[in-house]
Design a protein. Structure first.
Lengths: 488, 459
């Protein structure tokens, strides 16, 4: 028996982890017809539970363990004070439906966060309700739809999406009931202006654009793109996943973006939590403010009290209550500790680190960087195409990095770069760490030529070796209970 | 500077490698007229200063550790054993990303698989996904999934008027561009026959809540009859439920539900002003390929050793883009981990006790309040931990008295969403409410009924 065995295998009949007080009120019988026959939960002691989860945690890689250059994900250091803040009883133990007079501190925090996000990105209004980036995107597309319906433009149903975009962009488009139309990139990695012009007509709701884009490049045509889309009566949606590159450098609102989501769990370092909770606030221009999901926090007319306010033409509610408040507390803490100059330094150092890596990788010459002729922003997209090692692929390089105790970069994204290795170092990494990683990339390129099996068989120094994903999908085992194994 | 490690010398040497003299050169692509805006943000604070400020802001809020609360309505004050926070505070868990590299994410993946299994056990369902954002978005995803399962040939969703009002709002927001029709909540009361009568050849899904938003419990037989009737009409049944109640009560999987959703924050997650919460989403296995959200599956590695991976991802946005079953990417992984640790720590005996305590205390409170002049406990069905009380004066006034005179946070005012009930409040009692708190509530309600009590805003 090992503590990291499957949790039901640790269970023994009669064990209890947590005792509860005896009833201090007279008991009321529970009608038998309502009672369940059995409750097949495990029976464990608390020491078992503690060891089980600690052992499981040790099988994870994490930012607190080491370098995590996962492109597109902004895996920077997660400040511990943020965690402390979100756990204060005055934040963690308040009910969302309390009388506003009893939660003015929390509402004030939300109000200030709305204002600070609007200021950082150049918007007029912000709703904090969306729970994650994709949720914010969906919100943004619904806002665009509502705004154009309000103008009576019912014929519009297409959203333009560059071929370098995140998969969430076309997926959010489809959820809003629209058609995604793909726009190619040009030789410099920007949106192809001629293709854009060809696609613009009076059926276009707008464009969803990521800037910097997923190639790690600043869209140098963005102002032109926005102008063309606006002239065609469309709106410009900004995917805010990469705000970490441009804080204090440029405000998306100043570039002509009408609506944008923010990933508080990326840019403002509320942790990612192994897959959430995130938080995906949406910022908009003044003309779209009345369409935001609500309620948002506003100041009373007298200016002495925070109140809930439903925007007049709101798309509706995206989530119960007020959004992922605990995540907001962390983002607020982060922004307050940085201020304007601090945020600009964050972006400058994130971009410096990425360009340093790009320059060194180009010097090493093992990994092509298709758009390496331009300075990158916060990340660079290389390729796992090592000359003289034709049967080695990006996946092998990624798995070999695991053996050297690094988290691999994002792989095979963006889709338009063959064998992509998307590297985002973030600003919180020091030069020794970057140098160590670069030397490892170099060593792996040598191994790829001389001992390719080391790559094909990697990882060997990890809690498991390569896992059979085809088997998992072909005959899915998604639940395992003591009496039955449920397969799909 | 904060979390940035670069020394000036390092900065210089890095710029040299890049071939630039100044950092500004890296931003040459940014249009000059909008480059380097002066951001109007507060002056930066040190950690010591920001902790002081946050302490003060937090102290402005009336928190449930200091105030007795009888407020529920979708967010509940249940006990969270200390071990849960210990687990989710492990840096290895909370500073990891989505487990895209399974070999170094087995902790997250195994914990998620165990979450799926324990929640399957709790709900009586065959498959549970790794989470949606909350109870409301899980309901919206259920509607979308049902329409997909029925291949878009049926597009009407019938919802019970006693489904949480915010769940119904989110359902409408989500589906506004999907050419779906949502009906049912214009009805009065919670009579299933009226809902069944609304079902026709276009009905894809019927959504009810049990225990419902007003606390009322439908018997397993009533639920089974509903499921049979809905299935006879060719539609699916979704049941939103309370995971704590399932410590005691028959789960929806036992009475014919096709999809089960729940607000899962009650399992080990703090109330936290409404989020981050946990959208529980469970369903019959035959629908798995039309389902949304992440799924963790068991497999083996090349040495034959057991391991876990994200699976069936061809349903998801990063593979299928506009053809995906949902756009969901980040979900509520750490909240699901908290729920798993909670279920593991409480186990089958602990969870049952939590449910029993909530039942007994809620019924004690209702019995006491029923004896007060001017108050009436309404509803013709049994209830679990919430119940509706008709009040002799507006709920807002009563709650103000409770708060000011007794430091009690009263029940949810139903007058906006259920005007037909008159001056009615939804009270919630859990294992966290000591008998003295309940007795104080009863005393305070009795006093607040008297019209001579003068109310002043002093807070």
């Amino acid at each position: 028996m090992k503590y990291d065995d499957y949790i039901y295998d640790l269970s023994r009949p009669g064990r209890t982890g947590v005792d509860l007080p005896a009833p201090d009120v007279p008991e009321t019988p529970i009608p038998a017809e309502f009672l369940r026959d059995e409750l097949p939960l495990p029976e464990l002691s608390l020491p078992q539970v503690a060891r089980h989860y600690l052992r499981l945690s040790q099988k994870n890689y994490a930012v607190d363990k080491g370098f995590y250059p996962l492109g597109s994900c902004t895996m920077k250091y997660n400040p511990k004070v943020n965690e402390w803040a979100a756990r204060l009883p005055g934040f963690a133990a308040i009910h969302p439906l309390q009388d506003p007079a009893t939660v003015q501190g929390a509402m004030g925090l939300m109000y200030d966060l709305q204002q600070m996000i609007a200021e950082i990105a150049g918007f007029d209004a912000v709703s904090l309700q969306p729970a994650a980036g994709a949720h914010g995107e969906f919100t943004g597309v619904l806002i665009m739809r509502a705004a154009q319906l309000a103008r009576g433009e019912t014929q519009r149903h297409k959203i333009l999406v560059p071929d370098s975009a995140h998969g969430t962009n076309p997926a959010s488009t489809a959820m809003a009931g629209f058609t995604a139309v793909q726009i190619p990139s040009d030789a410099d990695g920007n949106v192809d202006i001629e293709a854009l012009k060809g696609a613009l007509d009076d059926e276009v709701i707008g464009i969803m654009i990521t800037n910097p884009n997923t190639l790690g490049l600043f869209e140098s045509h963005l102002v032109e793109v926005a102008r063309l889309v606006h002239e065609a009566g469309g709106l410009v949606y900004g995917d805010g996943a990469y705000l970490n590159a441009i804080m204090g450098i440029v405000r998306p609102g100043d570039l002509g973006i009408d609506v944008m989501h923010f990933n508080l769990h990326k840019t403002f370092s509320t942790p990612h939590g192994g897959g959430g909770p995130g938080s995906g606030p949406v910022g908009v221009t003044a003309e779209l403010a009345e369409f935001l999901p609500g309620p948002v926090v506003a100041l009373s007319d007298e200016g002495d009290e925070y109140i809930w306010k439903q925007p007049a033409q709101s798309i509706g509610r995206m989530k119960s209550f007020h959004g992922n408040f605990g995540v907001m507390v962390k983002a607020y803490t982060y922004i307050k500790m940085h201020g304007a100059d601090g945020l600009r330094q964050v972006s400058e150092m994130a971009v410096l680190n990425a360009n340093y890596m790009q320059a060194r990788i180009l010097q090493m010459g093992d990994y092509p960087i298709p758009y390496g002729h331009r300075h990158c922003m916060h990340e660079t997209v290389a390729q796992g195409k090592i000359s003289g090692a034709d049967d080695v692929h990006t996946l092998d390089i990624a798995k070999r990095l695991i053996d050297y105790d690094y988290h691999p970069p994002t792989i095979y994204f963006p889709l338009i770069v063959h064998e992509a290795l998307m590297i985002e170092p973030t600003e919180t990494e020091d030069k020794e760490t970057l140098d160590g990683f670069l030397e490892t990339l170099d060593r792996i390129a040598d191994e790829a030529r001389t001992h390719p099996d080391l790559l094909h068989e990697a990882p060997v120094n990890a809690p498991t070796r390569r896992l059979d994903e085809v088997r998992a999908a072909r005959n899915p085992i998604l639940v395992r209970l003591p009496s039955t194994t449920v397969t799909s | 500077m904060r979390y940035i490690p670069h020394t000036e010398a390092e900065r210089r040497s890095m710029m040299e490698v890049i071939g630039i003299q100044d950092i500004d050169e890296l931003f040459a692509d940014v249009p000059a007229d909008v480059r380097y805006p002066q951001l109007d943000l507060p002056q930066p604070m040190t950690e010591m200063e920001v902790m002081r400020e946050l302490d003060m802001m937090a102290a402005e809020n009336a928190n449930l550790r200091e105030f007795a609360s009888f407020l529920g309505a979708g967010a509940y004050n249940h006990f969270v054993p200390a071990i849960v926070d210990t687990v989710i505070s492990r840096g290895e868990f909370y500073t990891a990303y989505t487990p895209y590299q399974p070999e170094i994410s087995q902790g997250t993946l195994q914990a998620a698989f165990e979450y799926q299994s324990m929640v399957a056990a709790l709900t009586g369902m065959e498959v549970v996904n790794a989470s949606h954002y909350d109870g409301a978005t899980a309901v919206a995803e259920a509607a979308i999934m049902a329409v997909n399962v029925l291949r878009h040939k049926r597009r009407t969703i019938v919802v019970s008027p006693s489904l949480h009002p915010q769940y119904r709002q989110v359902l409408r927001t989500y589906t506004q561009g999907m050419e779906m029709k949502i009906v049912g909540d214009e009805l009065d009361g919670n009579d299933f026959h009226a809902l069944i009568d609304l079902c026709d050849k276009d009905t894809a899904l019927v959504i009810v809540q049990n225990p419902d938003f007003l606390g009322q419990l439908h018997t397993p037989q009533e639920m089974q009859d509903l499921a049979d009737a809905v299935h006879a009409k060719g539609a699916l049944l979704a049941v939103a439920t309370d995971p704590i109640a399932l410590g005691l009560l028959k789960p929806p999987g036992d009475y014919g539900a096709d999809i089960v959703t729940a607000e899962g924050h009650v399992l080990g997650n703090s109330v936290s002003f409404g989020g981050p919460y946990l959208g529980i989403f469970a369903f019959r296995k035959k629908y798995v390929r039309k389902s949304s959200g992440r799924l963790v599956g068991e497999t083996i590695d090349v040495d034959g050793k057991k391991g876990y991976v994200l699976t069936l991802s061809t349903r998801e946005q990063h593979i299928r883009r506009e053809k995906a079953t949902s756009n969901i990417c980040s979900n509520q992984a750490l909240n699901a981990l908290a729920a798993a640790a909670y279920l593991a720590a409480m186990g089958k005996h602990g969870l049952r006790k939590v449910a029993e305590l909530s039942w007994h205390k809620a019924h004690y409170a209702a019995q006491q309040i029923a004896q007060l002049d001017g108050y009436e406990v309404v509803g013709d069905k049994p209830f679990f931990k919430e119940f509706v009380v008709k009040c002799p004066r507006p709920v807002a006034e009563i709650n103000q008295y409770l708060l000011e005179e007794y430091g009690i946070i009263g029940g949810y005012d139903l007058s906006q969403e259920y005007p037909g009930l008159g001056d009615a409040m939804l009270l919630c009692v859990t294992e966290m409410n000591a008998r003295e708190e309940i007795d104080d509530l009863v005393t305070a309600l009795g006093e607040a009924a008297a019209p001579m009590i003068r109310l002043e805003v002093t807070l």
